[in-house]
Design a protein around this ligand. Structure first.
Ligand SMILES: [Zn+2]
Ligand SMILES: [Zn+2]
Length: 339
């Protein structure tokens, strides 16, 4: 077995199982170290069996490399595969089967943990037909938000990757753009117009009073370049970053604006977000909104978190046809352009 594939797959299963980040990084880093070696260097280490002398490779990852090169599936990987055969959540099978694409994911271009290429390849491997790369906008410095120049570079890179990925999967040019305090978007309008999918989210001043927050969100929703309203309440219900209460806004006004301006309400499937909460999700369903079922994945294994969101959507009786990423790619792109 190829040791890089083995290490990456271990990373995938650990991410999916929400294992400790440091543990995951050890496997991801070891895979990176191996890919950076020349053929000759790799052969020399293989002969010497001294993988542990390389920076970024510890005793555990060295063992995995040795086992892979011996032609076996490393027992640890076999164990993870077996554990991973169990679904993350049940009850969302119909919605999940209907879901064709991902519209919210991050890569190392901003605060994601893996390359854009690996995110795309993993999404394709999960049976998706398309995925939009939606890295952060400039204002979000902690997440290494992309300047206009870097976003332009990424757009060109997406085109190159698509040429390499073949016809059965398409990577879409996108962004998760910050909604500024006054409802404006944190990226130049002409650049946003070049993108295929625009997710707009609030990431700062989450504690604004209800009236200001409602104005702010509706301002963004009314912008013709916005396609999806990301994690609308900003709440955190569990996880490494701790918890955070939901933002306060007039949800009936915000969802009515989403309906009128044809902006899909995101069902953010990340278990620590689980956003919007059930009562708001029900309100958005009753309002007649469209939805986007997204993972907000920051690592390949998190692309499978869609199961969590699918379970919620199905339990609340949401018709999969109202989820825009169950649509074929061309239908989705036509809608994004005119909505
Ligand atoms: Zn976000
Ligand atoms: Zn995000």
């Amino acid at each position: 077995m190829d040791p890089v594939a083995a290490l990456r797959e271990i990373g995938y299963w650990l991410e999916r199982a929400r294992a400790d980040t440091h543990r995951i990084k050890a496997y991801r880093r070891a895979a990176e170290t191996l890919t950076e070696l020349s053929g000759e260097q790799r052969a020399a280490h293989e002969r010497a069996g001294d993988w542990g002398t390389l920076a970024g490779i510890g005793p555990k990852t060295a063992t995995i490399i040795g086992q892979s090169l011996a032609g076996d599936v490393p027992p640890y990987l076999a164990e993870l595969r077996e554990a991973g055969a169990v679904p993350l959540a049940t009850g969302g099978e119909q919605v999940l089967a209907a879901r064709r694409g991902e519209l919210h994911m991050h890569s190392t271009w901003s605060d994601g943990g893996s390359s854009l290429e690996e995110m795309a390849v993993t999404a394709a491997g999960l049976g998706l037909e398309y995925a939009a790369i939606t890295d952060h906008s400039p204002r979000l410095k902690v997440a290494r938000g992309l300047s206009a120049a870097r976003l332009r570079e990424q757009v060109a890179y997406v085109d190159d990757l698509n040429a390499a990925l073949g016809d059965s999967f398409r990577l879409l040019r996108g962004i998760e753009v910050d909604i500024l305090d006054d409802g404006a978007l944190d990226q130049a309008a002409d650049l946003l117009a070049e993108l295929e999918v625009v997710v707009a989210s609030v990431h700062s001043k989450l504690r604004m009073d209800s009236e200001s927050m409602t104005h702010r969100m509706v301002g963004a929703i009314a912008n013709p370049r916005v396609n999806v309203l990301g994690h609308c309440t900003g709440r955190l219900v569990e996880g490494e970053r701790g918890t955070r209460p939901q933002s306060v806004f007039d949800a009936s006004v915000v969802f009515e604006a989403c309906r009128q301006f044809e902006v899909a309400v995101e069902i953010n499937a990340r278990p620590e977000r689980c956003d919007p909460p059930d009562d708001l999700l029900e309100l958005a369903i009753d309002t007649g909104c469209l939805f986007a079922l997204n993972t907000d994945a920051h690592a390949p294994g998190q692309l499978d978190f869609a199961q969590y969101g699918a379970t919620r959507a199905q339990r609340l009786g949401l018709d999969p046809d109202r989820i825009i990423n169950t649509w074929p790619v061309q239908e989705l792109l036509d809608w994004c352009r005119v909505s």
